[in-house]
Write a protein that binds this ligand. Structure first.
Ligand SMILES: [Zn+2]
Ligand SMILES: [Zn+2]
Ligand SMILES: [Zn+2]
Ligand SMILES: [Zn+2]
Length: 385
């Protein structure tokens, strides 16, 4: 029999106090005797997500597969960790929010980055800069607007520079369903266009998809050929660094981080190869995924996290997609996280943290101690800063 008490569905309806403890008053009607015995033992409560287990080995197993870390979205009121910003938003705003956290969030919380500010007044000031709009992008110096920590060298004092790329696809093949890159744009971190061109596909275009792409036949007739475009993009990405030298963790290199939404498809259509370690895709970044683990659209992400609409109607400009992806990346990179020397569960130094041969030792540890050796299973973009 599985005697775990680990149903987050059940826990979600329970009354918690400010430390995430379940208050006993509301429990009697909800939980049977077995579970009550469990909840009386805070030793078996996960220090990150507050799920409770009636056996320590179940908590150890939970930690082994949860990959909790300092890089997860965290509630600014009760410190509970979440895998997705969408689930943190549910916790703070709803549906089914945790009431105490919602009450504080509704007075002092930022709708966009979901942080809690000190006072309602500082919340208003913060939200003004946290929300992007075309108006404030023009008025406020961009670096200040983004809240990026930069040294006196400004943009160029830190790790690798990032560029964002987006494409618009026209259709090829007999039914026009084959995606062919018809237009590409690349911007730098300050939203300046580095490269923008129409692209002449190597095979005939059978559907220009004008309503979405805004591309007409005459725009592609004398456009840059795909081979030439590939070369230009590769030069921009590698930035003088030979491709073989671009390795994970090689932060001093000149090669640029590539930001975008759905980059696998873009790169495939452009027939460009670039190391995964240099790619930051807003479509695949776990904290930005739906709670169903599916990816969100760029339109949803910019509405929700940046506070403005893209693709509001008419043809889509790849420049708009570049900007949205870059702003999302910079927001994620700008998060103020505690940084371990070896942040990933896959780092060799962490490989034995939850090894099964340590089981007895792990079961003697406190939930906080287990949390201290737990590491992330994804690369948090704050590590680029
Ligand atoms: Zn947990
Ligand atoms: Zn982080
Ligand atoms: Zn909370
Ligand atoms: Zn904010």
């Amino acid at each position: 029999m599985d005697n775990r008490f680990d149903s987050s569905e059940t826990l979600r309806y329970l009354p918690f106090d400010s430390h995430g403890h379940v208050s006993s008053a509301g429990l009697d009607c909800l939980i049977d005797n077995d579970a009550r015995a469990v909840l009386g033992n805070p030793r078996n409560k996960c220090a990150a997500c507050y799920r409770q287990f009636n056996r320590m080995d179940h908590l150890v197993e939970h930690m082994r597969v949860s990959f909790h870390s300092n890089h997860e979205p965290v509630c600014g009121v009760c410190n509970k960790h979440f895998r997705y910003f969408d689930s943190l938003r549910e916790h703070l705003i709803g549906p089914l929010p945790k009431l105490e956290c919602r009450n504080i969030f509704s007075i002092r919380g930022c709708r966009f980055c979901l942080t809690i500010q000190d006072t309602p007044a500082s919340r208003r000031a913060h939200e003004g800069t946290c929300q992007f709009s075309w108006a404030n992008a023009a008025l406020i110096p961009r670096m200040a607007n983004l809240g990026i920590r930069s040294n006196d060298g400004g943009l160029y004092g830190r790790g690798p520079q990032a560029v964002a790329m987006a494409c618009k696809m026209v259709g090829g093949g007999s039914d026009g369903s084959l995606d062919l890159c018809g237009r590409v744009c690349i911007i730098d971190e300050s939203e300046n266009i580095i490269f923008q061109t129409y692209v002449k596909p190597p095979i005939p275009v059978t559907n220009y998809r004008y309503e979405v792409t805004g591309i007409r036949p005459e725009m592609l007739r004398d456009a840059m050929g795909l081979k030439h475009v590939q070369k230009r993009i590769q030069d921009i990405l590698c930035n003088g660094e030979p491709m073989w030298k671009i390795r994970p963790g090689n932060k001093c290199g000149k090669a640029r981080i590539l930001v975008g939404h759905g980059l696998d498809h873009d790169l495939d259509r452009l027939q460009i190869e670039y190391p995964q370690s240099m790619i930051r895709d807003t479509e695949k970044y776990p904290p930005l995924m739906k709670t169903s683990r599916l990816s969100n659209s760029l339109k949803y992400l910019s509405q929700t996290y940046l506070g403005y609409d893209i693709h509001a109607g008419g043809a889509q400009d790849p420049y708009d997609d570049c900007i949205a992806a870059m702003r999302l990346y910079l927001k994620m990179r700008g998060q103020d996280h505690f940084k371990d020397e070896y942040p990933l569960a896959s780092d060799p130094q962490n490989r034995n943290n939850f090894a099964t041969w340590r089981q007895a030792e792990l079961e003697r540890m406190s939930p906080d101690e287990l949390m201290m050796i737990s590491r992330s299973d994804y690369y948090c973009w704050c590590l680029d800063a």
